[in-house]
Ligand binder design. Structure first.
Ligand code: NAD
Ligand code: TDX
Length: 358
């Protein structure tokens, strides 16, 4: 059956990769992207697909009820992959308002509009709404704690995590109360192409290319479970195709790495693969800076349910994924250079200055 899939936030990192994945994997499906093009949205990420007519692009906010309602009807949407969000933890600490607005209110607007649209169509069984969320809703793990799983109680600790937790609860409530065919996924840290250079991996790579300091928060021993973004996209595809409505799926890479080890790996890869660097060896750029307030110590995901029920497992090891990511940033300065505006440079400088002189 042909789907008409709306991907929210499709000019962002993960959803942009999902748009590319879906266009290649499901050529018969209609694809529509709704994106507000905030600082984190970049039309260039999916421009070839928009310009060729493969993707219909709507510029607007998920908080705009009339716009969302009209879009669902005009494009005959049957499936939604909801990824639009404010996504950066540091920004949620300095300015939480936008996180509550987009992540909580925006998700509510989208759920309500989709419910009305689905009801008007006679509540078809095969329609789906996939709400994409994060492992940060579960809080922080101690070194020997077992990994997060679908039954782990929620304990969000940053404004970002709290806003995502609230949106997860809304999504599940709309399924439970109205029978809307909603699925929720909670994923660990992603990395790969088209990642906005405020997040640790692309920030490190670009700072190395520019000869700028690499800020490592605290003691650098915080642990994240890294997943190559294409593996995440394959998981979202399986969940939309074969997941049980009302179900929750944890997605993770089984790749726990401490931040300092990760930065060392990135430095070494850049030393090996970049033809010219302002500072070599790159490890010389590492600076320990003040910690993130409330910094979660460790995340790890047990993705065995997804493996058992839907046959998904990650295909890309962290060694291979990091090498591919470094190669991608080296080959695509046309994508990341335009992002280094004065405003962005000022933001990075202020973050760095605050942390050096807290
Ligand atoms: P991102 O910041 O790279 O992209 C977010 C996109 O959403 C941007 O294109 C932005 O323009 C758009 N957007 C923001 N506010 C909007 C609004 N009001 N209306 C419409 N569009 C809006 O984010 P990302 O890192 O790709 O994350 C995507 C989703 O996946 C988020 O829901 C995030 O919580 C979740 N997630 C991310 C990770 C990760 O490691 N990055 C891990 C797990 C889950
Ligand atoms: O300059 C930095 N130095 C540093 O040490 C930055 C930006 C980060 N860090 C640390 C903080 C974290 O322990 O690196 C780790 C990764 O930081 P981020 O890239 O900001 O990611 P994180 O806070 O873990 O959140 C990410 O993964 C889960 C995404 O941004 C979220 O959207 C997702 O839900």
């Amino acid at each position: 059956m042909t789907r008409s899939l709306l991907i929210t936030g499709g000019a962002g990192f993960i959803a942009g990769n999902l748009v590319h994945h879906w266009a290649a994997a499901h050529p018969a499906d209609r694809l529509v992207v709704l994106d507000a093009l905030t600082y984190a949205g970049n039309r260039a990420t999916i421009a070839p697909l928009i310009d060729s007519g493969r993707v219909a692009f709507v510029h607007g906010s998920i908080t705009d009820g009339p716009l969302v309602t009209a879009l669902l009807a005009d494009h005959g949407i049957t499936h939604v992959a909801h990824l639009a969000a404010e996504s950066h933890v540091d920004r949620s600490i300095s300015g939480p308002g936008a996180f509550l607005d987009t992540n909580i209110h925006g998700t509510f607007v989208l759920l309500e509009a989709f419910r009305t649209h689905w009801t008007a169509a006679g509540s078809p069984d095969h329609w789906r709404f996939l709400h994409v969320s994060t492992d940060e809703v579960f809080g922080s793990l101690e070194p020997h704690d077992p990994a997060f799983h679908e039954g782990t109680p929620y304990a969000p600790r940053s404004p970002y995590a709290a806003s995502k937790a609230a949106s997860d609860h809304l999504a599940r409530a709309w399924q439970h109360t109205y029978g809307l065919p909603v699925l929720v996924s909670n994923c660990s840290n992603n990395y790969g192409p088209y990642h906005f250079p405020e997040k640790l991996i692309p920030l490190t790579l670009i700072n190395i290319l520019l000869g700028r300091p690499i800020p490592v928060y605290g003691d650098g021993q915080n642990v994240r479970d890294w997943l190559f973004v294409e593996d995440h996209c394959r998981a979202l595809d399986r969940i939309l195709e074969a997941g049980t409505p009302g179900g929750t799926y944890c997605i993770g890479g089984c790749n726990e790495v401490a931040n300092l080890d990760l930065v060392h790996q990135l430095c070494d890869l850049m030393d090996e693969l970049a033809p010219e660097l302002p500072v070599r060896p790159s490890r010389g750029l590492i600076r320990f800076v003040a910690d993130r307030p409330g910094h979660d110590r460790r995340y790890a995901i047990d993705a065995s349910l997804l493996q058992r029920e839907l046959g998904w497992q990650p295909q890309v090891t962290v060694a291979e994924g990091l090498r591919r990511t470094v190669a991608w940033y080296l080959a695509h300065p046309d994508w990341w250079r335009p992002l280094l505006s004065d405003t962005y440079a000022a933001y990075l400088d202020s973050q760095y200055a605050q942390r050096l002189n807290p």
